[in-house]
Structure formats: C-alpha cells, structure tokens
Design a protein around this ligand. Structure first.
Ligand SMILES: Cc1ncc(COP(=O)(O)O)c(C=O)c1O
Length: 434
C-alpha cells in the first residue's frame, strides 16, 4: 500500500475514535533502537517509545531472538496448560518485587486487564467492593478502569460504577488546596481520611494509584504522599495497588518499581507496556495472601502466552545485564538538567517534573496565571515532528509534553534531543515553519 492508501484505509475502516497525533497522520513503517522511520524513509528520534513501551530499544536484537526462537517452538496454549516461558517469567518477576514480597503473578494482555485483575483481587480478598482512585489518573479503557480513571476526557460511554471515589492527587504545580509544599503538610494525602469518612462505608477494598501519573502529565507527588495515603487506606481495611503500567522496570531510575521511591510496600503491582517492549502483556503481581483471595475459576486465553512471556523475560534480562536502572537514573538526571536549561530560556515552560527517564514539561501561557497553553503544546508537537523528533502529549488540560525514551539511550542522544526540542520551541513560539 502507498502512504496515502494506508491513511485512507485507516480512516475508512477503523473506528473514528482511534485518534492520532498531528494534523497529518504520521505513517510509521519501521524502527530500530531509538529511531523510527516513516513511510518515506525519514528518521525520527523517538523520545516517547510508543507510550513508554519501548523500554530497551526498537527491534532489540536479544528480545527479537527470544521471540523468533519461541514462535518456532510453541506459540500458544492458553492458561489451562503449563509452559516454561510463563513459569520462568513469573519466577523472575517474583525475585524483583520489593523485598521479594509480591510473588504471585497473573498474566493478561494489557494494562487495562492487569488493573481489572487487581481490583478483582482487592474485592475478593477484603470482601468490600469500595475503591479509592485518584483524580488525574488513567487506568485503562474497560468500563471499570474508565470508571477508575480521573480524567473526564478518558471516561467515555457513561463510565459509571458504584463504589469508586476519587481522592485529590498531589498536583503541586496546581495544588487543589491552593497550598505550597512543604508548608501544606501534604494536606491532599491527609484528605483521604475525610474522603473515606464521608464518601464510603468506612471499610474499603483498596486504593489504586500511579507512583507518577502518566497520562495525567507525569505528575510527581512529594515523597511523603503515598506513605500517608497507604496508612489511611490500610486503617480502613483496604489494600494498596500500585499501577506501574508506566513507571515499572527501571523507568524512574535506580529502582525496578516507581513505588519503591516512596517507601510504601504495595500489596499488588500492575504493569504492562515496557515489560514486553512492544509485545502485548499485562501483569498483576500480588502477595501470596492477596492472590489466594481470588478463589473460583478465572482464565485468560492469551494470558501467559509463550511468545510474549519469552519476550518479557528477555526484556528483564536485558535491563539487568545492561544495568539500565543506573542508566535511567544517570541519563535521566542529565536529561532533567537539559530540560531545566530550556525552562530558563523559554517562558512557555511552566513546570519540569518527573523522575529518571520519565520527564515532562507543562506549558503555560503565563507563568503567573499558569493558564494552560494547549495550543502551543499542539504546535510544539507539530514543530518537533518537522524537526524529526517524537515526544508525547498529555495532561488533563492538553498542555504537557511527555518524554520517555528507551532506557538504553546515551547522553549524546539527550544532547540531540535537547537541540531538536530547543529549535522546535523557538519555532512554535515565533510561529516559524508553519
Ligand atoms: C498507568 C496506566 N494504567 C493502565 C493503562 C492501560 O493500559 P493498556 O492501554 O495497555 O490497556 C495505561 C495506558 O496508558 C496507563 O498509563
């Protein structure tokens, strides 16, 4: 198919709700390492990684070798049979969880299903159905995970489910209480007690939160936030679910899981995206006690698929052998420095936040009013594309730029990224290149 035929067929035969970035859709034909190539063969430096999914580079040779070997040996059996790749991956994951306390895995196909499984486990284990989620969160696209999600634009089709309440998130740049950290004494976290008292029966099944809110625009809480919330939730009988669909596998630098930065021992961790480096996989890993609470029958046809689990094991082995947790911390700090420099230069950048190789810019029209600069953000996306750079967009106000390159990049890639972003910022502010 020609490029135009691909675009036309996509428009004609896909749901119109399958939206794409950019005024003119970008047709991607192939990718290698930190570069993707469009249908005309033009390269782009990929600092979004297919929404934080390319953790170890496009077409990673070691991961691809594991996929090729497995696909020729055994491609599918379903969870009603036992296979080596699934067992080996579950064993590996158990060895990586905080203090090796979460040792029981359930594999599915997506982050959405991983969160469905986590909520199911919380409800089975506690006997309560009430869940606390966070404003500005994103947890998936099933009916229930849309109801958990705390952003109106992602709650379509009447996403209502009784028993889910939304607490304030720790959005320090736009504090919901109009306070400033640390004088605020983390009021947003303490407010969860009042939420439970007023909006639930007082006994809850659990809390679900992202260590850094991804789709929300990499909103990063103060270090005390989750520990305070966890204590309040546990007092009300609930378990703590860490949605690490974006933050796991070293992305935040120095730790396998984002929640480890916040000093909380979760009962359940969910993940997907970077675990498969592009192979569809969802993971719910729980303590033995919580996992044992899920009684009765459950099945996933594609869950634990031999090919995807072989790929995921190769991804984890690669992250470990290449010491990418350290690289995400070190190169992430270098990236952060570059972003701070750009903030000095460009008034449109209101906030720089994130951890490791998960960094974001929040764009504003005016630094004192903090009016969201949604139009400038859209223009910046276009300018970056013209300059051969891919970044992500996010935030409830459509004014955040999300930066999440593969974790095996070098500082020289960051230098090139900063040069391209600087040029794109100049163009979008001056209107050049349009
Ligand atoms: C934090 C978080 N949870 C869950 C999901 C849903 O994952 P999936 O799109 O694989 O269903 C996402 C997707 O972006 C996510 O960012």
């Amino acid at each position: 198919m020609t490029k135009d035929e691909i675009v036309l067929a996509s428009q004609e035969y896909l749901f119109p709700a399958v939206f794409h970035y950019y005024r003119e859709p970008l047709v991607i034909a192939r990718a290698k390492d930190q570069f993707v190539y469009d249908a005309d063969g033009r390269p782009y430096l990929d600092f979004f990684g297919g929404i934080l999914t390319i953790s170890v580079g496009h077409s990673n040779e070691r991961v691809n070798a594991a996929i090729h070997a497995q696909v020729d040996k055994l491609q599918h059996v379903s969870t009603v049979f036992v296979t080596e790749p699934q067992a080996a991956l579950a064993k590996k994951i158990a060895s990586l969880t905080p203090e090796r306390r979460l040792t029981k895995s359930f594999f599915t196909n997506s982050g959405t299903e991983a969160n469905e499984t986590a909520i199911l486990a919380a409800r089975c284990y506690t006997g309560s159905s009430e869940i606390i989620a966070l404003r500005h969160s994103y947890h998936g696209r099933s009916a229930m995970t849309m109801a958990l999600t705390g952003q109106g634009s992602w709650r379509i089709g009447g996403a209502v489910q009784p028993g889910i309440v939304h607490a304030h998130n720790a959005y320090c740049y736009r504090c919901p209480f109009g306070l400033t950290y640390p004088a605020c004494e983390v009021r947003c976290a303490r407010d969860v007690e009042e939420l439970i008292r007023t909006s639930t029966s007082g006994r809850v099944a659990g809390f679900i939160g992202e260590p850094i809110q991804g789709v929300g625009g990499f909103i990063t809480p103060p270090k005390e936030y989750f520990a305070i919330v966890a204590e309040i939730v546990r007092k009300a009988g609930g378990i703590f679910i860490s949605d690490e669909v974006q933050t796991a596998w070293g992305r935040t630098g120095g730790k396998w899981f984002g929640i480890e930065h916040w000093g909380v021992m979760p009962d359940v961790i969910t993940s997907a995206k970077g675990l498969g480096n592009g192979c569809p996989i969802g993971l719910t890993v729980a303590t033995p006690e919580v996992a044992a609470g899920v009684t009765g029958l459950t099945i996933s046809t594609f869950g634990g698929n031999p090919v995807t689990t072989a790929a995921a094991k190769a991804v984890l082995d690669f992250i470990e052998s290449e010491n990418l947790l350290a690289n995400a911390a070190e190169t992430g700090a270098y990236l952060r420095g570059k972003l701070e420099e750009l903030r000095e230069k460009h008034a449109v950048i209101g906030d720089v936040r994130g951890m490791g190789l998960m960094q974001a810019l929040e764009l504003v029209e005016d630094r004192s009013t903090k009016a969201p600069a949604a139009r400038a953000t859209a223009e910046l996306m276009e300018a970056a594309r013209r300059n051969g750079l891919l970044v992500g967009k996010g935030g409830a106000y459509g004014n955040c730029i999300r930066i999440s390159p593969p974790m095996n990049i070098a500082k020289s890639d960051v230098d090139e990224f900063a040069r391209l972003l600087d040029r794109s910022l100049e163009e979008c502010v001056s209107g050049a290149g349009n």
